[in-house]
Design a protein around this ligand. Structure first.
Ligand SMILES: [Fe+2]
Ligand SMILES: [Fe+2]
Length: 147
C-alpha cells in the first residue's frame, strides 16, 4: 500500500522538473537570441539534466502503479541579462532543494528508504546546479570586475 503523501511528493517533483525543463529551454533559446552561445549551451544542458530527473520521478510513480497526471507548469522565469537569469535559476534550484529535503525527511521517517534515497540523490544534483549558478553569477559580476 503506497503512502499518499509520498505519491504527492513524487507528483510535485515531476511537476517541478517538467517546469524546470520549460524554464531552462526558454532561457537557452533567449540567450541564443542574445548571441551568448556558450551560456545558451549550458542552459540547454541544464534542461537535459532536469528531464533526466523528471524521468527518475516518473519511473518511481509507475513502480507504485500511479500514472503521472501533472497539471499546469510553472511559468519560465526570464530576465534581461545573464545576472538576472542566474538569480532566477538560483531561486529555482533552491526551491528544488527545499522540496526534496522535505520529501526525503518524510520518507525517512516513514521508513521508505528507496524513496528517501531517490530524493536525496536528486537533491545532491540540484545542489550541484545551485553551486554552478552561484559560481557563474560571481564570475559574471564580482569576479569579472576584479579580473
Ligand atoms: Fe532537477
Ligand atoms: Fe536543477
Amino acid at each position: 500500500m503506497s503512502d499518499p503523501r509520498i505519491i504527492g511528493y513524487l507528483s510535485r517533483a515531476v511537476a517541478h522538473e517538467l517546469s524546470a525543463v520549460q524554464h531552462y529551454l526558454s532561457q537557452a533559446r533567449l540567450t541564443a537570441f542574445w548571441g551568448m552561445e556558450a551560456f545558451s549551451r549550458e542552459l540547454r544542458q541544464e534542461a537535459d539534466e532536469e528531464l533526466v530527473h523528471a524521468d527518475r520521478f516518473i519511473t518511481r510513480l509507475l513502480q507504485y502503479g500511479v500514472s503521472p497526471k501533472g497539471g499546469s507548469l510553472s511559468p519560465a522565469r526570464l530576465g534581461r541579462s545573464q545576472s538576472e537569469l542566474l538569480l532566477q535559476n538560483i531561486e529555482l534550484e533552491r526551491d528544488a532543494v527545499r522540496l526534496y529535503e522535505e520529501a526525503a525527511d518524510y520518507c525517512r521517517r516513514r521508513g521508505a528508504l528507496a524513496d528517501a534515497e531517490l530524493f536525496e540523490a536528486v537533491r545532491d544534483e540540484e545542489l550541484d546546479h545551485l553551486r554552478g549558478m552561484e559560481q557563474q553569477l560571481y564570475d559574471a559580476a564580482d569576479g569579472g570586475r576584479h579580473g
